[in-house]
Design a protein. Structure first.
Lengths: 107, 121
């Protein structure tokens, strides 16, 4: 199985700050990489699909980039509702696998 | 509006089985595969498997073969997952999720609210 290493595991940040979360795959995944957000109540929604495509309804402050084994999610200016868990997911090979998550916390 | 409504939380005894449901609405049930994902306490997400309701075809993560059984009822637009021979390792929140897929895209665009399964005597 492809291992997805997400860093950092937690990140204290302030409102308005620009933050970047990284995800490294154990082998190349050809941009087959998604990002999800999980709120404290357990609700999960997609943010970015196929590395850099913004899901409908997701604010433009979210963006994704990367290639090969290294990918990132950037939030350009943190809003209160962005403090949550974030997960990357690869679907280059089965089983699709997720990173361990990054907890974005209010500093 | 697409919605995946999962059944309620479960408290089950070790060695028993549990069957949970995921009722889909707001779209044609047979047009999309349904996936199931496990989230252990304080842990990340693990893909369990998928079912294509149109043809009742399933595919499982090798790790969950023999543990999870996926079924679907087209008449009620409901997907089911049964977990057998439960142990404390199965205590987790289980999500159903619809997949959106094209040539390059494959992502879970709608998720259920999750079912918490607690295995305890």
């Amino acid at each position: 199985d492809i291992q997805m290493t997400q860093t950092p595991s937690s990140m204290p940040a302030s409102l308005g700050e620009r933050v970047t979360i990284s995800c490294r795959a154990s082998q190349g995944i050809s941009n087959y990489l998604n990002w999800y957000q999980q709120k404290p109540d357990g609700t999960i929604k997609p943010l970015i699909y196929y590395t850099s495509n913004l899901q409908s309804g997701v604010p433009s402050r979210f963006s994704g980039s990367g290639s090969g084994t290294d990918y990132s999610l950037t939030i350009s200016s943190l809003e209160p509702e962005d403090f949550a868990m974030y997960y990357c997911q690869q679907y280059d090979s089965s089983p699709n696998t997720f990173g361990a998550g990054t907890k974005l916390e209010l500093k | 509006e697409v919605k995946l409504q999962q059944s309620g939380d479960e408290l089950v005894r070790p060695g028993a089985s549990v069957k949970m449901s995921c009722k889909a609405s707001g779209y044609t049930f047979t047009d999309y595969a349904m996936h199931w994902v496990k989230q252990s306490p304080g842990q990340g997400l693990e893909w369990i498997g998928t079912i294509i309701p149109l043809i009742d075809t399933t595919s499982y993560n090798q790790k969950f073969k023999g543990k999870a059984t996926l079924t679907a009822d087209k008449s009620s637009n409901t997907a089911y997952m049964e977990l057998s021979r439960l142990t404390s390792e199965d205590s987790a929140v289980y999500y159903c999720a619809r997949v959106y897929t094209t040539d390059y895209y494959y992502y879970f665009d709608y998720w259920g609210q999750g079912v918490m399964v607690t295995v305890s005597s």
